[in-house]
Design a protein around this ligand. Structure first.
Ligand SMILES: Cc1cc2nc3c(=O)[nH]c(=O)nc-3n(C[C@H](O)[C@H](O)[C@H](O)COP(=O)(O)O)c2cc1C
Length: 334
């Protein structure tokens, strides 16, 4: 079907219903259509081989139900999650809002998910061989002081089936989570996770890079500090960025609804600025995955120029449809 038509129908539904329908359709697609032939690859980042530079950002497929389908759409990697140790319901609905004129979304999902074990079981039975990252977080009810226990539990659970693991300390929808970006908390957290990953590597005979996902709401000084802390561990890469709690760059006349994280086009200025600061601070070797408001081939190229090795997208898929995947992948062919 032509996407504008499908979009008109989907936009008649509440966003979360439309999301569930889309996920179901992608899942079905994965059962009948094989992974698209690689475009633009192979590309080596973090010791992993990617068929192209474009990935699905975390949150679209939290429970890893449609991984084969995403690869059939042409993604070079898929990041599932955020998963937490125990299943949880997330925040009360409604919790996703479309800002159509801005091609943006505000969400305050709060990590609804089936738990790390269910996601791992699904990943064990996937058919495609593309790169899958698993994004991990903490349960809402876990005290911040015990957050590391949740990250370690998730790491151990998904380690055998993940190609990389993302430590998510940047979602605005879990109380206090972003305070884990303070170097005083970040360094012990990341050190613990990376040390455990080394231990698991010995036990399982496979290497799983650990990457850090950060917020776009850090100041330039904070960004530099976080980058320095991450490089001192070291982590294998940094994903910049998650959603923003600011409402900068919105053109929508109507009152901006609700609290939550803003994604989509208005985020691009912040995410690309963050990538640029990180690249300057970290030098050429640290892998950076750029994400936030990438909606066109030009955006993808700009983020790459700012210093991103790989680029992810979520919100633009809602507005532009699945063709965007090939458009972005083609734009970043070497
Ligand atoms: C509805 C929704 C749910 C999301 N859930 C997660 C999540 O669970 N974990 C995470 O790290 N990022 C999550 N994100 C953030 C995206 O991965 C991405 O960082 C952000 O949306 C910016 O990219 P975009 O502008 O291309 O959407 C979510 C985004 C949206 C719109």
């Amino acid at each position: 079907m032509v996407y504008p038509l499908a979009r008109s129908a989907l936009f008649l539904l509440p966003p979360e219903k439309a999301h569930a329908l889309t996920l179901g359709a992608v899942r079905l697609r994965g059962k009948v259509i094989p992974p698209q032939p690689p475009a633009g690859g192979p590309i080596n980042v973090m010791g992993l081989s990617f068929s192209n530079r474009i990935g699905l950002a975390a949150g679209f497929d939290k429970n890893a139900v449609a991984v084969d389908g995403w690869f059939s759409l042409g993604f070079g990697h898929v990041e599932v999650g955020t998963v937490t140790p125990r299943p949880q319901a997330g925040n009360p609905r409604p919790r996703i809002y479309r800002l159509t004129g801005d091609e943006a979304i505000i969400n305050r999902m709060g990590f609804p998910n089936d738990g790390a074990e269910r996601a791992a079981a699904r990943l064990r039975s996937r058919h495609s061989s593309g790169v899958v990252g698993v994004n991990i977080g903490k349960n809402a009810t876990t005290l911040l002081e015990r957050a590391i226990d949740d990250y370690l539990f998730c790491l151990r659970t998904v380690f055998p089936v993940a190609d990389y693991v993302t430590v998510n300390v940047s979602s605005p929808n879990t109380a206090g989570l972003r305070s884990l970006q303070d170097p005083e908390q970040l360094v012990p957290l990341l050190s613990g996770v990376v040390a455990e990953a080394h231990e698991l590597q010995r036990r399982h005979g496979r290497r799983v890079p650990v990457v850090l996902k950060i917020s776009p709401d850090l100041t330039t000084a904070e960004l530099r500090e976080v980058a320095g802390a991450a490089a001192s561990i070291p982590v294998a890469g940094i994903i910049a960025t998650n959603t923003t709690i600011t409402r900068d760059g919105l053109e929508s006349r109507r009152r901006v609804p609700e609290t939550g994280g803003l994604s989509g086009r208005p985020l691009f200025a912040k995410s690309s600025a963050a990538v640029r600061v990180l690249r300057e601070r970290l030098g050429p070797d640290m892998p950076i995955i750029g994400v936030g408001g990438v909606s066109s081939a030009a955006d993808a190229r700009a983020l790459r120029q700012a210093g991103a090795d790989l680029v992810q997208a979520y919100t633009a898929l809602v507005y532009r449809g699945p063709r965007l995947v090939h458009e972005l992948a083609d734009a970043l062919r070497d």
